[in-house]
Design a protein around this ligand. Structure first.
Ligand code: FE2
Length: 317
């Protein structure tokens, strides 16, 4: 590749990679500092909708009486079933496979292809409320406290830095996503997911309009639509799933977004976002990771098992 780029192109690429390496090495420290600064300067209770930062624990009902129901009842029912089937399954493959099959009989989950599932997660009203809060943060945070959600998306908010971790994404992972992933992805670290990166991505004509084919830095990804301009299905911006590297699907699998609905897939599934033709859309993405999985099988990005650093890891259920 360096031969193809020539001397100046090679030097530019090497400089870019060195900058990226330095940025990533400093990321943990600078991200923690940014989060501390943001929470000091903009405490959650001073924000327009403080209730949006706390998701209910299973069986606890709404966390805030002034808040609309946040999690869709189909999602809480589905994850309750997952916990129940998981608790009664033995750890052998046959028993886990039977529990998985029982979960997939639930009408609230739809398998759209092997290892790709969709179901409602948030109510529409709550999706709008999260969106309004994210818009408010984006408009009010100084540029120095904003960071890109990931290396491919230019527009969005890194939710982990603005207060959505402890009561929101940790709860979502620990109480809801992991029990389902344990049944759906037992061979891919689904049962040991213990840390995550949570962010929004925004698409519009004057922002990013599409996303090239890639895999995620995650064992399991949950991608939830928060906002979508109603263009009677003409806006596009759909997801296309192509299969794993070396194991392409015969035909790409298309997924059309719907407010409050999530699509759950393996991080190593190659996927892209088709161009948005009109309107806007914003999605909330959880890259769910497993330290145990990575120490044994390697990082999703570099394949290394040694010298790995892990973001904040929450307690297990
Ligand atoms: Fe992705």
């Amino acid at each position: 590749m360096l031969e193809y780029l020539g001397t100046s192109g090679s030097m530019a690429l090497i400089a870019h990679l060195q900058r990226e390496k330095a940025t990533r090495s400093a990321m943990d420290t600078s991200s923690i500092k940014r989060k501390q600064h943001i929470l000091q300067q903009y405490p959650l209770k001073s924000r327009p909708c403080p209730g949006v930062y706390t998701l209910p624990l299973p069986h606890n009902g709404a966390a805030d009486k002034d808040m609309p129901q946040s999690l869709h009842s189909a999602f809480t029912d589905l994850t309750m079933l997952a916990r129940k089937y998981l608790a009664t399954a033995n750890t052998d493959d046959k028993s886990m496979s039977a529990a998985r099959d029982r979960l997939l009989l639930c009408p609230y989950i739809k398998q759209i292809a092997s290892n790709i599932f969709t179901f409602p997660v948030f109510t529409e009203e709550f999706s709008r409320q999260v969106m309004a809060e994210v818009d408010h943060l984006r408009d009010h945070l100084p540029e120095s406290l904003k960071s890109r959600p990931n290396s491919m998306n230019n527009h969005g908010v890194l939710l982990d830095e603005v207060g959505f971790t402890e009561g929101f994404s940790d709860v979502l992972l620990d109480q809801y996503i992991r029990p389902m992933s344990a049944l759906l992805y037992p061979e891919n670290g689904g049962g040991t997911l213990d840390h995550h990166r949570c962010f929004t991505v925004q698409y519009a004509q004057d922002k990013d309009v599409s996303l090239a084919t890639h895999f995620d830095n995650a064992e399991v990804t949950l991608n939830i639509n928060l906002s979508l301009t109603d263009m009677q299905g003409q806006q596009n911006g759909d997801l296309l799933f192509h299969g794993k590297q070396g194991e392409p699907r015969p035909q790409p699998v298309r997924f059309q977004h719907r407010i409050g609905w999530g699509v759950l897939h393996l991080g190593k599934e190659l996927h892209c976002a088709t161009p948005l033709i009109a309107g806007e859309r914003t999605n909330l993405i959880m890259w769910c990771r497993s330290a145990a999985w990575r120490l044994k099988n390697g990082c999703a990005m570099c394949g290394e098992t040694a010298g790995l650093k892990f973001a904040h890891i929450q307690n297990s259920i």
